[in-house]
Design a protein around this ligand. Structure first.
Ligand SMILES: [Zn+2]
Length: 119
């Protein structure tokens, strides 16, 4: 079994962490000319995204982020993550065909306006 499949057998949160990391690598490589590792800015964003997943109140029952009523990202971070996903999303299909099936985070770009909550 491939490494990627092993990761997919883990928790939903673990899978989403892996997805955002893979997307950030694609984005960073093409936008910041990095090789195999993230620049500081993208690393911060990754850490932020992982922390949001760690504290997601739903965990294994987590809905797709675009259907979630808890908009846990700050506006600034959400904008940054959306740019990464818009760029890396279509490219994931080629590089990570299995992961892209689970590409729930991509739907962040269509966050509905209902159930807005102020922190
Ligand atoms: Zn970068």
């Amino acid at each position: 079994m491939s490494d990627e499949n092993n990761k997919l057998n883990g928790s939903r949160i673990a899978r989403e962490k892996h997805t955002i990391e893979a997307m950030l690598h694609i984005y960073c490589r093409d936008h910041h000319q990095t090789q195999g590792k993230l620049c500081n800015e993208c690393h911060q964003l990754l850490k932020y995204a992982h922390r949001r997943l760690d504290t997601c109140p739903f965990q294994e029952t987590k809905p797709a982020c675009n259907q979630c009523q808890v908009h846990c990202y700050s506006t600034m971070m959400r904008d940054r993550v959306k740019s990464v996903m818009r760029y890396a999303g279509p490219r994931m299909t080629l590089r990570h065909p299995v992961l892209s099936l689970y590409h729930l985070l991509d739907k962040l770009r269509e966050v509905p306006e209902l159930g807005k909550k102020k922190p």
